[in-house]
Design a protein around this ligand. Structure first.
Ligand SMILES: *[C@@H]1O[C@H](CO)[C@@H](O)[C@H](O)[C@H]1NC(C)=O
Ligand SMILES: *[C@@H]1O[C@H](CO)[C@@H](O)[C@H](O)[C@H]1NC(C)=O
Ligand SMILES: *[C@@H]1O[C@H](CO)[C@@H](O)[C@H](O)[C@H]1NC(C)=O
Ligand SMILES: *[C@@H]1O[C@H](CO)[C@@H](O)[C@H](O)[C@H]1NC(C)=O
Ligand SMILES: *[C@@H]1O[C@H](CO)[C@@H](O)[C@H](O)[C@H]1NC(C)=O
Ligand SMILES: *[C@@H]1O[C@H](CO)[C@@H](O)[C@H](O)[C@H]1NC(C)=O
Ligand SMILES: *[C@@H]1O[C@H](CO)[C@@H](O)[C@H](O)[C@H]1NC(C)=O
Ligand SMILES: *[C@@H]1O[C@H](CO)[C@@H](O)[C@H](O)[C@H]1NC(C)=O
Length: 634
């Protein structure tokens, strides 16, 4: 079929779909909203967003990332499963469903929320894909929600919309820094909770709960669980939204973001013995959660939760306003103007010392200093500022380096770190202007090991082409710290050619020395840089040869005296290659690649690369918000 026909057919389909699912302007009752969910899931399974009655400028969000409608899961989705739990809210013209879906045959839990705009068309599509195959299978075995979710509650037994929201919100108030002495009377005495289709209250199976070894927690009821204070590792619950309030069924679908800032070191006692926190909580983590609540009277009676991990500090795509409060904490200290190479080196050391001391007050910070971690702006003092325990010292330890670019007032660090028991590789970019630090950007690739109780692996992500489980990095190749007097500097043209080559899977036009080699997550490829770029996917090293766009490309620093560039970019894997795709490639993913690139006489001679998994379509906030002075975007 030629393209013209395809388009014509899609248009015809969309007209048909529109006529059959046109939402009444001004009102959409429960059957209307439920049929909208069916239309949506049918269109998804047909990979055909044209069938949807969408408003112009419809916002499509997948795991907190704003994507063009039709991308992400759309090309890879299979048929939806039979479990379908719908929440309908004619008042706010919103509807949500908890269901399951497959991606290239891999099962996952799928939550979708649709909002109907003033024109009767879909204006918002918010989805959460929880890639928990076992959870999806549990839902499919259940087949349908417990009957109590689906009954219409007699009007005289209902509480108001505002009360439904207020009572549901108490759940989050109670979980955040969960205090054993809190008032948890908002739980019904017969309350139960599902997590990814698994009942985690009042179960006497003796199974351990979550990442912990605790076998008593899941045997307790909702209120008794909160009274242990066990969930205190959730340090903040942000961006709480209650978009779908099903008044008739006295149910609420809430969407929130849970932070675990990595400072809580002990699980309080459930059965008389407190225990160390699992290694998963060594580092700051953020989980995006969708949660259904069913109330009985004004008490929480049923809870149905699914969550997926997103980068720490990630915000809801449906909130406006600045990412964080950037007012503080400036200080009256200053550094030399101009700041030369040695001065920039000392700035790196000072920032590392301050982070290790968990105290920024001795740093010369400008008003409104920007701090980010893995592309999310955080309050300076949050994240690594609380968890960094060790950082390898340049010139002393094996795996550490410093870089400087006096012309742009940029300093950088690359080295091995530790947060509690979890190793990582940290890259820092520090921008100095007029005697003050104006920006600190941290990018960390943490070890992800498959240990007891889920280890430290990012929740719900697929395996990476090459994992770094914290195995030895050995020594950082000394060429990255060698002074190269007389070199001509790093050409942005060469960097662009390198990223273009990664995107095209072709080294044509990329200048590599014949002896150039690359390491990915500490694994040394046995091919030359050029051969690896041409054939990656064939060797177990390197990224797949089916990745597509290389986006959000930034040179964090170009150190001319060492002939080294520190660069970062996002590489998309849309998972649309020919079947059968390997297990690592079946779901859409984005890889954040952090690389040290050594340039000799105009050619790339060595690459040290760390790779981190990100939700598909992830873009750093530096690129999204047009912040002046950020690393060069090209
Ligand atoms: C707990 O909260 C409920 C509802 O707000 C209230 O009626 C009750 O008195 C509180 N209990 C205590 C011990 O404060
Ligand atoms: C109580 O907790 C300790 C430490 O987590 C554990 O070894 C023990 O098996 C637990 N006992 C029960 C009954 O869960
Ligand atoms: C849980 O138990 C395993 C096996 O006994 C042990 O290796 C691990 O350290 C324990 N984890 C915690 C957090 O206590
Ligand atoms: C910083 O300097 C300003 C103006 O000189 C002064 O008012 C302020 O108290 C100083 N702040 C600190 C923390 O020293
Ligand atoms: C991290 O969590 C701890 C424990 O709840 C809290 O005391 C601390 O203030 C939190 N850090 C930040 C930056 O919010
Ligand atoms: C490179 O490594 C792969 C996998 O370890 C192996 O199959 C291949 O033969 C190696 N190639 C060379 C040229 O050594
Ligand atoms: C990708 O690698 C596979 C082998 O793993 C090979 O069959 C395929 O031709 C390669 N595709 C491209 C575009 O190089
Ligand atoms: C640098 O590269 C040029 C050509 O690209 C070559 O002619 C020259 O010999 C090289 N110099 C060194 C020192 O390798």
């Amino acid at each position: 079929m030629n393209t013209y026909f395809r388009i014509a057919l899609a248009a015809a389909w969309s007209v048909l779909a529109l006529s059959s699912t046109q939402v009444q302007i001004g009102g959409c009752d429960r059957p209307c909203l439920e049929s909208l969910i069916s239309t949506y899931l049918t269109a998804l399974a047909a990979h055909d967003p044209w069938r949807l009655p969408t408003a112009p400028g419809v916002k499509y969000v997948e795991n907190s990332q704003v994507l063009p409608l039709g991308t992400g899961l759309w090309p890879t989705a299979g048929s939806p499963g039979k479990y379908r739990h719908v929440f309908a809210d004619p008042g706010s013209k919103q509807v949500a469903a908890i269901t399951t879906i497959t991606e290239n045959g891999v099962g996952s839990i799928y939550v979708v929320r649709l909002k109907v705009g003033e024109d009767g068309k879909i204006s918002e599509i918010e989805t959460q894909i929880t890639r928990d195959t076992a959870g999806a299978a549990r839902y499919e075995r259940m087949g349908q929600p417990e009957a109590v979710w689906l009954v219409a509650v007699p009007p005289e037994q209902r509480i108001s919309r505002a009360m439904l929201i207020a009572q549901s919100n108490k759940y989050y108030g109670g979980m955040e820094r969960n205090h054993p002495k809190g008032n948890y009377s908002f739980f019904d005495k017969d309350c139960n909770r599902l997590e990814d289709g698994l009942q985690t209250t009042n179960v006497k199976s003796g199974d351990s709960y979550g990442h912990s070894n605790d076998t008593a927690f899941a045997s307790l009821g909702c209120e008794a669980q909160f009274q242990t204070g066990f969930l205190g590792f959730v340090t903040k619950i942000r961006n709480r939204r209650f978009p779908v309030v099903d008044e008739e069924r006295q149910a609420v679908l809430a969407i929130t973001i849970l932070d675990h800032n990595g400072t809580v070191r002990e699980l309080p006692s459930v059965n008389g013995t407190s225990s160390p926190i699992p290694p998963y909580f060594d580092v700051p983590r953020t989980l995006a959660a969708s949660e259904g609540f069913r109330l009985r009277g004004d008490k929480l009676f049923r809870i149905e939760m699914t969550l997926t991990e997103v980068p720490y500090g990630m915000r809801s795509a449906f909130l406006a306003g600045p990412p964080v409060d950037l007012r503080g904490p400036s200080t009256n200290l200053t550094i030399a103007i101009p700041c030369d190479h040695a001065c920039l080196d000392s700035v790196v050391d000072r920032v590392l010392r301050a982070m290790l001391a968990h105290d920024a007050s001795n740093l010369p910070l400008a008003q409104g200093v920007h701090y980010s971690e893995n592309g999310q702006f955080l309050t300076l003092g949050d994240g690594l500022w609380e968890t960094l325990g060790r950082a390898a010292r340049p010139g002393v330890d094996d795996y550490a380096a410093r870089f400087a670019d006096p012309a742009s007032g940029t300093a950088a660090y690359w080295g091995l770190i530790k947060e509690h028991s979890t190793p990582g590789v940290l890259a820092l970019r520090i921008k100095v202007d007029s005697g003050k630090i104006t920006e600190i950007e941290a990018i960390g690739v943490r070890a992800e090991s498959i240990g007891a109780r889920g280890g430290t692996v990012t929740l719900m992500r697929p395996p990476l082409p090459v994992e770094w489980e914290g195995n030895s990095l050995s020594r950082l190749d000394p060429v990255f710290q060698q002074d190269e007097t007389g070199v001509t500097g790093i050409s942005p043209v060469l960097m662009t050619a390198y990223f273009d080559g990664l995107e095209r899977h072709s080294s044509t036009g990329v200048l590599f020395t014949p002896a150039c080699t690359r390491r990915d997550n500490a694994v040394q490829g046995n091919m030359s840089c050029a051969a690896q770029m041409d054939g990656n996917g064939i060797s177990p090293n390197g990224l797949y040869n089916r990745t597509t766009t290389v986006r959000d490309r930034r040179i964090l620093i170009a150190d001319a005296s060492k002939g080294v560039a520190l660069v970062v970019a996002m590489i998309d894997n849309p998972a649309t290659g020919l079947a059968p795709l390997p297990a690592t490639e079946r779901v859409p993913s984005t890889y954040m690649i952090l690389q040290l690139i050594k340039v000799d006489n105009g050619s790339i001679s060595r690459v040290e690369s760390m790779i981190r998994w990100m939700p598909f379509g992830y873009t750093s906030a530096w690129a999204e918000h047009n912040i002046p002075g950020r690393g060069d975007v090209f």
